[in-house]
Each structure stands twice: as structure tokens, then as C-alpha cells.
Design a protein around this ligand. Structure first.
Ligand code: HEC
Length: 397
């Protein structure tokens, strides 16, 4: 056995030595059977030290997700002969079995049978998602990566831009992108009864997306119904003060009385500011086209306060820092739970994502992702899907 093993090892060493020195050539994808056998062996033998699904448990064992996928020679050498505190495996595993484990590791644990998970993300919406040239990032990208990893699939992002104009809205864009097969999931979707209603019209146009051809711009896509995952965060409105007013306690919007309060035109904050307490704030409200103008004017003292989307503040601070601004800690009672959406016909995928989300929530793993991306995190609220908003609700805090 030992001799045979040695010879087999020598054979494969001789065969692959020149490759290791010359350019390392990527191997053909493994067969699904070989991959499955490797995944099984990994679970039973290697995961004790290297962690389930190669997620390093932080015990000094090598993080196998980072093992070079093209360094077959090093893998076989370390696994056969052991390395430092890792025992040798050549007397435990048959060469075919080591080959199978290698198939599992060099594919990053992604089964060759599984196509990549495609997720639509907004290309320019920091801190949630941004394509940013070579360096894409944001909270929703990080969350999508984890979900793909947990489903044993690679992540493929379809970037798109949801325009803020009357001809376009995220609900219609989502239905068009998903129905056209551009992605299976779309992130950061507000879970409201209205946005999840069956389509009112049979077709919609696609928003601008990466890789679009000229005729995609005017193409009508027959659209289907959406199904939402459980929510993963709450989107809310807050009040940001200029530092001159940093000490002013804001428990309710009426505490803004007498201050110059900026809102972004045609946003929910704008509607609330106009209706609040039967118009109590109207004469103090300044309407500006862009949330960035609000923060600029707060910084230079032209405004005393801004009533805004919390994430607009996050987007500003991620670029400009928080100098000149003082968060009040106020949160409006209206908030939108955010989740992923898929086509209703992809219910099984929605269920899989829900299982991952509930595991992440159980381990408090979502807040740190948000913190890493500079996003203020508020956990979702019950009920998961917000009923239609009554105009009367816009009058309160
Ligand atoms: C008893 C714990 C333990 C088990 C079980 C174990 N390993 Fe390891 N492994 C380690 C440790 C510790 C290291 C880091 C060794 C070092 O570099 O000091 C390591 C390193 C490695 C490396 C990197 C070696 C290199 O070249 O840097 C590979 C590859 C590897 N293990 C594969 C496996 C495979 C495949 C299995 C299952 C057949 C396995 N290990 C089972 C503890 C273990």
C-alpha cells in the first residue's frame, strides 16, 4: 500500500512538476460525482479543523478558501505528507479520494452543476451597492456574496441604474429585469403591499443595465409577479442637525419648530414635512433637489436641520465624513423593510434565501456587514410587508 501510494504520488509529482514551475494551467472542471464525493469527504474528515464549507473557524488551520486553485502540486504534497500540525493523509485517503477533495477545494466549494447566482444591484447607490470601477462594494453586494456562498454558488452581479423619473420606478424595473432573465434576485427592494402587487400592465421597459444592447432600451418585456424574501433591514427617516444645534433634543418633528429644515423634493420626507401636524412645519421647510445639497447647506450654516433618509446621510458621510453634521437620533415611525425579490415562479430560491437570512439573523451577522459598509443598521420591523400608507399617517411622527 505504502509503495503503491508512493509510486502514485511520484507519478503525479513528475507529471505536475513542470507545470508548477512553468505557468500553472487551470484544470478542467470536475465531474459532479467527483465534486460531490469530495464535498462529502471534506465534511467528514477535513471540516473538523478547516470549518464547515471551508469557512475557517479561527483555529490556526489554513483558510482553504484562499488556497490557490491552480496549485495542485502543493495541495497534493501538503495533504499527502501533512504540514506542521496537520497530520499526513496518505495512509487514510486513497489517491482518488484526495483527487475528489481537491476537486471540491479548487472549485471553491461551488458545484459544477450549479450555475452562478445572478443578483441585480444598483450601480450607483452607496453605501448599499456601487460598481465603482475595479472596486465594487456596498452592503447589498456583501450580503449577496454571503448568500451565494451559502447556496454553494458563485455570485454574478448584474448592475443596473434605476432612474428617478416618472417613467421609471424600482418596482417596474425589478419586474422587467427579473422577467427578462437578467438576474434571479434583485436586492434592496421595499416590501410594501403596493410594490408586491401583481403587475398592472403586461409589459415594462428595462432600466439601463450593464451589457445592454441598443435595442434593449426600447424593448418591452412581458412581466411576471414578484415574490419577496424576508426583510433584512429597515430603511427609515431621520433628522440631522447642523453642529450649531447639536444639543437640541429632537424627540418629535414639532421640536424642529422655528428651525430652517431642508428636505429633498418629491421624497417621502418632503410629503411628511408638508403634512405634519396639519402643516405646522410648512413655512420652515426648504425644498432642495438633491440630498447632497441638504448636507452642504447644513455644513455651511444655510440650514439648521435636514429631514432625510438615513441612508442618504450614510452616503454623504462615507464620502465627506460627518464634520459639521450632528445626527439627532430621531427615527420616524414610518419605515420600509428591505428584502430581495425574485419572480413568484422562483419560490424555491426565495425559500433558500430566507433560510440563509434567518441563520444570519440568528447569529447577528447582518449588523456587522452594514457597519463594514458604513450603513446605519436598523433591524426589520413586523409586519414584514408594509400595508399601503394612509395619508393620515404622514401627519405624525
Ligand atoms: C487536525 C486538524 C486538521 C485536519 C483534520 C485537516 N487539516 Fe489541513 N491543515 C491543518 C492545519 C493546522 C494547517 C496549517 C498548517 C501550517 O501551515 O502550519 C492545515 C493546512 C492545510 C493546507 C494548506 C497546506 C499548505 O500548503 O499551506 C491544506 C491544503 C489542507 N490543510 C488540506 C486539508 C484537507 C484536504 C483535509 C482533509 C482531508 C485537512 N486539511 C484536514 C489542520 C488540519
Amino acid at each position: 500500500m505504502r509503495v503503491a501510494t508512493f509510486l502514485a504520488a511520484a507519478g503525479s509529482m513528475l507529471l505536475f512538476m513542470p507545470l508548477a514551475h512553468a505557468q500553472r494551467v487551470p484544470e478542467a472542471p470536475p465531474s459532479p460525482e467527483q465534486f460531490d464525493a469530495g464535498a462529502d469527504l471534506f465534511r467528514h474528515i477535513c471540516s473538523h479543523c478547516h470549518g464547515p464549507r471551508m469557512v475557517n473557524p479561527g483555529n490556526g488551520s489554513f483558510d482553504l478558501r484562499k488556497f490557490p486553485h491552480d496549485d495542485r502540486a502543493r495541495f497534493f504534497n501538503s495533504v499527502r505528507n501533512g504540514k506542521n500540525s496537520m497530520p499526513p493523509w496518505k495512509d487514510v485517503l486513497h489517491p482518488d479520494e484526495i483527487e475528489a477533495v481537491w476537486a471540491y477545494i479548487r472549485t471553491g466549494g461551488v458545484s459544477p452543476e450549479q450555475p452562478p447566482l445572478t443578483v441585480c444591484l444598483q450601480a450607483n447607490d452607496p453605501p448599499l451597492s456601487f460598481r465603482g470601477g475595479e472596486n465594487p462594494g456596498g452592503f447589498d453586494l456583501a450580503l449577496s456574496r454571503i448568500i451565494a456562498e451559502r447556496l454553494g454558488r458563485t455570485l454574478q452581479v448584474q448592475w443596473f441604474v434605476s432612474r428617478d423619473d416618472p417613467d421609471s420606478n424600482l418596482t417596474r424595473d425589478a419586474k422587467a429585469l427579473l422577467s427578462d432573465g437578467r438576474c434571479e434576485l434583485l436586492a434592496e427592494f421595499p416590501l410594501t403591499a403596493g410594490s408586491l402587487e401583481p403587475p398592472h400592465s403586461p409589459a415594462a421597459k428595462l432600466p439601463p443595465f450593464d451589457g445592454a444592447k441598443p435595442d434593449d432600451r426600447n424593448r418591452w418585456v412581458p412581466i411576471g409577479e414578484l415574490a419577496a424574501t424576508d426583510p433584512y433591514r429597515l430603511d427609515t427617516l431621520t433628522v440631522i442637525l447642523s453642529t450649531r444645534h447639536a444639543d437640541r433634543p429632537i424627540g418629535r418633528l414639532s421640536d424642529l419648530n422655528g428651525m430652517r429644515v431642508g428636505v429633498q423634493i418629491a421624497t417621502l420626507a418632503d410629503a411628511i414635512a408638508m403634512q405634519y401636524g396639519d402643516g405646522k412645519l410648512i413655512e420652515h421647510v426648504v425644498h432642495l433637489p438633491d440630498s447632497r445639497d441638504l448636507f452642504e447647506k447644513l455644513c455651511n450654516g444655510d440650514l439648521d436641520a435636514a429631514f432625510v433618509d438615513t441612508r442618504a446621510y450614510d452616503a454623504w458621510t462615507s464620502r465627506h465624513g460627518s464634520d459639521g453634521l450632528a445626527p439627532s437620533g430621531y427615527t420616524h415611525s414610518l419605515g420600509f423593510n428591505m428584502g430581495f425579490v425574485a419572480l413568484a415562479s422562483h419560490r424555491p430560491l426565495v425559500n433558500q434565501v430566507d433560510a440563509v437570512l434567518s441563520d444570519l439573523k440568528a447569529h447577528d451577522a447582518i449588523a456587522p456587514l452594514a457597519a463594514n459598509s458604513g450603513l446605519s443598521f436598523i433591524p426589520p420591523r413586523s409586519p414584514a410587508v408594509l400595508a399601503d400608507i394612509h395619508p393620515a399617517e404622514l401627519g405624525g411622527d
